[in-house]
Design a binder for this molecule. Structure first.
Ligand code: A2P
Length: 354
């Protein structure tokens, strides 16, 4: 079977990578549709050396489409993906619009792709910071059980989209030219106040919840529980998060402090599990200053893990440093890998009761 695939948000930071990841994938593509806002309609983008005209995304754009890969913001997904499903398309969504819905599998391939069988037309791709953390912890969870996670993130600007990314570069340029600079988007477009990110840190990603956590932190906490425990035993694991935007272009860093149920785990054994796990790369040689860095991870699909060391005062607890390309591993590669799993399991069909 060959598939007609639509990429929604094809002109965006993630959308561009969805195109290149799909080009490299083994998914047999019959036809490709590139969809974005009205602003981009008529623009030409390449897919496998073929010039494809970008179309404005509308409900009827999904007629005849088998598979939608989407990354055009939550509001666009809310509006258009149910329309796509109505027209028989299976959607893999990068936004947070449907992630916590009971009938929507939230998938990291290699961790919980067995849940895909339960889909009703929409499958969610987790938050970029969640994906790299969960994938790095998963082999340790399988072997020793995770009791608690305390994570702090150092998130690259590209995760906020291409306009925020351009804003950071402009601010950096302005600072070097000794000029006044403007902040219009970050920390988040909908916020009342905006602050420069160049030569700064912003401890706000997404909006604030009533409890004082940001929505990004909320996502890391709840998505992690849904993925590792499918929400049934979510009380078994304690998760807390602090998310910070840093002036890095591509590549999220995370300090992950985790407490294992089984206190017999050693640093050497943890390193062995990381080395064995597909998609994880151990970069942990302090003597030779080998450790993961965003500049080294950008453009790669793997998740890089280093600085693994025990908490000397708390048995079973460890610190580690995890870095991945947020646009690839945290978004486009994960989405295309979900699509590959759907094709592999013959699940590119909307169940009748949906
Ligand atoms: P466009 O380039 O036409 O604005 P990013 O995450 O990098 O900001 O990219 C967002 C993506 O979502 C872009 O491809 C953008 O298209 C697309 N997009 C934004 N608003 C809409 C909309 N109303 N309908 C369809 N696509 C949209």
């Amino acid at each position: 079977r060959k598939y007609t695939v639509a990429i929604l948000g094809a002109t965006g930071a993630v959308g561009q990578r969805l195109i290149s990841e799909l080009e490299k994938s083994k998914i047999p593509v019959k036809q490709i549709k590139l969809l974005a806002s009205k602003r981009s309609a008529g623009k030409k983008l390449k897919f496998k050396n073929q010039a494809i005209t970008v179309e404005e995304a509308q409900p009827d754009s999904f007629k005849g489409v088998d598979l939608v890969l989407s990354s055009a913001g939550g509001a666009v997904s809310q509006k258009l993906l149910p329309e796509a499903v109505k027209r028989g398309a299976v959607c893999v969504d990068n936004t947070s619009a449907f992630r916590m819905a009971d009938d929507v599998p939230l998938i990291v391939p290699g961790v919980n792709d067995d849940q895909l069988i339960n889909h009703h037309g929409i499958i969610a791709n987790p938050n970029c910071s969640t994906i790299q953390m969960v994938a790095a912890l998963y082999p340790l969870h399988v072997k020793w059980g995770i009791k608690q996670i305390v994570v702090s993130t150092y998130q690259a600007v590209s995760g906020a989209g291409k306009a925020a990314w351009a804003e950071l570069l402009q601010q950096a340029q302005d600072r070097l030219n000794n000029q006044k600079t403007a902040a219009k988007i970050l920390p988040t477009a909908s916020a009342k106040k905006h602050y420069p990110l160049a030569f700064n840190l912003l401890p706000q990603i997404d909006v604030f919840e009533d409890d004082g956590y940001t929505h990004e932190e909320w996502k890391m906490i709840h998505e992690t529980k849904k993925i590792l425990f499918n929400d049934q035993d979510s009380k078994k694991i304690k998760v807390t998060a602090t998310c910070v935007r840093v002036p890095v272009e591509i590549g999220h860093g995370e300090t992950v402090y985790f407490v294992l149920q089984d206190e017999t785990a050693t640093t050497a054994a943890i390193k062995q599990e990381i080395v064995k796990a597909p998609g994880l790369v151990l970069q942990d040689d302090p003597e030779n200053q080998i450790y993961p860095q965003p500049l080294l991870a950008a453009g790669k699909k793997e998740i890089f893990v280093g600085r693994i060391r025990p908490d000397q005062e708390n048995p079973g607890a460890f610190n580690m440093w995890v870095v991945a390309d947020n646009l690839l591993r945290g978004a486009a590669s994960n989405t295309v890998e979900i699509a590959e799993c759907l094709v592999r399991d013959n699940l590119v069909r909307v169940p009748k009761n949906s």
